[in-house]
Write a protein of this length. Structure first.
Length: 207
């Protein structure tokens, strides 16, 4: 069963950076104070909306772990036979996704897939049928579902992950009853700290 979508999202405010810090960060292709973040909305029939809240980074993969006796009914084989496979519906922006095969996730509670051009502000709207093991071919239950997004910068450097757990009515995205948001400022990486240290050393030697 498919649902209609409309866009919404939350702003993020980057921190100011020093001149010395900015030089090191630019040389590594990483922006200090940039955030990672997602808003996730879903319904019990398998419609999903995920927004990239980052001000800088791309989402390159998504993982979903279902709970509460709920499974992906992505193919017309037992335990559920009235299935709807993976597909995209009315996304916002240039984002696209390469979903797992319907047969590979049918009857399971976990699935992962890759995304392309999932830029800041974009929303990926997709669907896949959800059922309960105790009552196949009815509605599932997305309460407690865990969604993890992996972020990279425009040089394909790994930045971090963001994870949310769906709750009833925590916030609103696309009118879904089950939704949640999370965003953080990633900790500096070892490479980033090393770059700043080298710039500081060069500065002391010049003085």
């Amino acid at each position: 069963m498919k649902s209609d979508f409309s866009s919404s999202g939350l702003p993020s405010i980057p921190k100011k950076m020093s001149i010395l810090g900015a030089s090191a960060l630019v040389s590594l292709g990483i922006s200090q104070g940039a955030t990672t973040g997602i808003t996730v909305g879903a319904d019990n029939f398998g419609a999903w909306g995920i927004r990239n809240l980052s001000d800088t980074y791309l989402i390159t993969s998504l993982s979903i772990l279902l709970t509460n006796d709920t499974f992906f009914d992505s193919a017309s084989t037992a335990p559920g036979t009235a299935a709807t496979g993976w597909g995209t519906q009315a996304s916002l922006g240039t984002v696209s996704a390469t979903y797992p095969s319907n047969a590979s996730t049918d009857g399971l509670q976990a699935a992962s897939f890759t995304t392309v051009s999932f830029d800041p502000g974009d929303i990926l709207n997709f669907y896949v049928d959800l059922d309960l093991y105790a009552s196949p071919d009815g509605a599932g239950n997305v309460t407690g579902a865990i969604i993890t997004a992996l972020f990279r910068d425009n040089l394909n450097n790994f930045i971090g992950t963001e994870t949310v757990t769906l709750a009833l009515g925590s916030i609103s995205l696309n009118g879904f009853g089950y939704s949640h948001s999370a965003s953080t400022i990633p900790e500096p990486t070892a490479a980033l700290l090393g770059g700043i240290g080298m710039l500081a050393l060069l500065r002391r030697r010049r003085n």
